[in-house]
Design a protein around this ligand. Structure first.
Ligand SMILES: O=C(O)CCC(=O)C(=O)O
Ligand SMILES: [Fe+2]
Length: 290
């Protein structure tokens, strides 16, 4: 194996000087990202990783892809239960198959390429700056199975239309499928908190029926970093085709220090739990029948 690159060689610092926060170049970069997030909840930092950085990260993901945990569910765009008091045509009553394979975070070692990016000094601050989150409400997810995972998916796997339940998602595109896999979103069609509830069900229905003209289709290339506020923008990954897997790294930060996933959700997404999940939930190992 070739030597693992350090973060300074994985990240294209000449183009994206996240290590020089006091410079005009850093401020320009930040202003671009913030303007995009403000406009439609999505920003892409093109070519965040170097070419060699992408190659090493893909090789790492490929080496552990067989440890990905597949989970299947049928969900509506809100991740809510069916409600038979609503008409059959209501968007909350449309259910779609969702299947993921998440490679749990503990398969990525601290001296491996992906964590060299995640742990690079200034990376967390850059993300926080982009999102304009306060320092006292921005912490790494303290979850050894979930702080940085790789979502790996192939033909037949689906990430159908949904609104996120978290405030933002940060992803690093590593490898595309042969066809499909565009990130499609209907910017800001929902206005959570508006006086009328802001759900805009008519526009959501149009997206689901394929008649909306509000959909933006974004092709992310290997090495692109994406920041996305998905509570108000309906989005999906377009169906994948071909033999090659789509690999995307997903990194998470949360608003309180020391947060980790619940045992139930962790088990569902990653196929196992660790003692820390039980401890933080106030359970002992023998309270939890795996
Ligand atoms: O895999 C992706 O690019 C998007 C995933 C997504 O929408 C999510 O994690 O909520
Ligand atoms: Fe999402």
């Amino acid at each position: 194996m070739t030597n693992v690159l350090g973060g300074q060689d994985m990240i294209d610092l000449a183009r994206h000087p996240i290590n020089r926060p006091k410079t005009a170049a850093y401020r320009d970069m930040l202003n671009d990202v913030r303007a995009d997030l403000q406009r439609d909840g999505c920003a892409v930092v093109r070519g965040f990783l170097t070419k060699q950085g992408v190659a090493q990260a893909v090789a790492e993901a490929d080496r552990v892809a067989h440890l990905g945990h597949r989970s299947f569910s049928r969900t509506n765009v809100y991740f809510s239960q069916d409600d038979d008091s609503l008409p059959q045509s209501h968007p909350a009553r449309q259910f779609y198959d969702r299947s993921n394979a998440f490679i749990p975070a503990d398969n990525f070692s601290h001296d491996g390429p992906l964590r060299q990016v995640h742990d690079f000094p200034g990376f967390d601050d850059f993300i926080r700056d982009c999102l304009d989150e306060p320092k006292d409400a921005f912490f790494r997810y303290d979850d050894p199975l979930a702080d940085m995972i790789v979502n790996t998916a192939g033909e037949g796997n689906g990430f159908p239309w949904h609104f996120d339940t978290n405030n933002f998602t940060v992803t690093l595109a590593l490898q595309n499928a042969e066809e499909g896999g565009e990130f499609q979103y209907a910017p800001m069609i929902r206005h959570v908190g508006a006086a009328d509830g802001g759900e805009n069900f008519a526009a959501v229905s149009e997206v689901l029926q394929g008649t909306s003209d509000e959909i933006v289709s974004l092709t992310l290339n290997p090495g692109d970093l994406q920041l996305f506020r998905g509570r108000n923008s309906l989005h999906r990954v377009a169906p994948l085709r071909g033999a090659r897997a789509r690999h995307v790294a997903i990194m998470s930060w949360v608003e309180r220090e020391g947060m980790c996933g619940s045992p139930e959700r962790t088990k569902q997404l990653y196929g196992r739990v660790l003692p820390v999940h039980l401890e933080r939930a106030g359970l002992r190992g023998d309270d939890w029948l795996d």
